[in-house]
Design a protein around this ligand. Sequence first.
Ligand SMILES: N[C@@H](CCC(=O)N[C@@H](CS)C(=O)NCC(=O)O)C(=O)O
Length: 333
Amino acid sequence: MPGKLINGIWTREEDIKASEDGQYRREETSFRHWILPKGNGGERGTDEANTKFIPEAGRYHLYVSDACPWAHRTLVMRSLKGLEDAISVSTVSPILKDDGWEFTDNTPDNTPVNAPDFGGEYPDHLFGKSFLREIYTAADPTYTGRVSVPVLWDKKLKTIVSNESAEIMRMLNSAFVGVAGNDTNFVPDDLRDEIDAVNDLVYQKINNGVYRCGFAGSQAAYEDAVGGLFDTLDVLETRLDGVEYLVGNQLTEADLRLFTTLIRFDAVYYSLFKCNLRRIADYPNLSALVRRIYGHGSVAQTVKLDQIKIHYWVSLRQLNPTGIVPVGPEAVL
Ligand SMILES: N[C@@H](CCC(=O)N[C@@H](CS)C(=O)NCC(=O)O)C(=O)O
């Protein structure tokens, strides 16, 4: 498992550890600037720190892993907003090793033979660096913290705008007026409070809930996480009775944030993270939602199931010491 940067120095550490009470706790992210439309306070007011990042085509670059659900949601938003030409992307190799996310081609020996999406090169298109941590130290030579994806890089100011996926998603949705190829607003003003409330529940119990199951350090912490996860999936399944989407019966950010966890669920979280009370395939409404979003625009092109499986089953050796990648499930949609 990777380490972290401490005062700009890469420091290896033991596997992601549960805290003393056995609960898994996610670290806060640290670059939290906002891109705002010119002359508009937008999400975060008008102070100078937040108005220097102006939406411009070609100015920003996303560093992602196709395997990571947090990075994936920014890619889904980029795709649905038609920002592919305006915001370029570099993809790290799916295998997370001791040195953190890498830009090399490190196809592992145990790549399943039926993994057509996997393999190839994972270059840093901007700087040709070898490790993602070099992007963090380029932004802040004394950076202390985890080196995570996604990262939104500003080519003009040569720094990281944000490494918080929820906030990157909001920026891509709201800030690029006149730049985005598609003006659909996935956070309409009249639905924003409800979207925020659903996002909050989904984040706690589902997006992060699966990690709280997988990395629990005690039976009690695991059972608490698994109970909250499936109670919430049940609630959402009922909420979707007779409607197509979670909020306002239209596709919103809330659906997209749920989607990137659900699409990984049956292939990874069900087994590797012990989220095995039910599969998403056992929930008719949730499965239909996943299929609906998958079929929307070019979302399908952002889903790399082979990379997802290989990332989790090979990288998380504390959960899967052999690194053997399961062949199934046969279908997840
Ligand atoms: N708060 C971050 C979390 C992102 C995150 O946890 N990314 C994982 C990959 S799925 C990562 O890069 N982990 C590497 C590490 O923490 O060392 C976000 O949502 O943007």
